[in-house]
Design a protein. Structure first.
Length: 95
């Protein structure tokens, strides 16, 4: 039962991470590839209110030109965005 509850509940976090990654990519005229978010780490933390929370790190891929794939990392604390890091990418030619 606990595993099923965790699996169901983690889908909402993954959806939140995907939406944040899409918005971030659009801000820089980038495209999120494959619409996939891969969780690569999860660890417990205590928030400022003393409540147990989980921090999740997701990996995703994006492109700037359509030719190359680059990596991005997104960290959520609960549902709150903590950070997004993008690998250095080539800027598309505007000519």
């Amino acid at each position: 039962m606990i595993v099923l509850l965790y699996w169901w509940h983690s889908g909402s976090y993954k959806g939140r991470a995907r939406a944040l990654a899409v918005a971030h990519c659009q801000q820089f005229n980038l495209q999120l590839l494959d619409q996939s978010m891969v969780i690569c780490a999860i660890w417990p933390e205590i928030d400022t209110g003393g409540k147990l929370n989980f921090r999740r790190k997701y990996q995703f891929e994006f492109t700037s030109t359509g030719e190359y794939r680059y990596q991005g990392l997104l960290v959520l604390s609960g549902m709150k965005l903590k950070s997004i890091e993008l690998e250095t990418f080539k800027i598309a030619d505007t000519d």
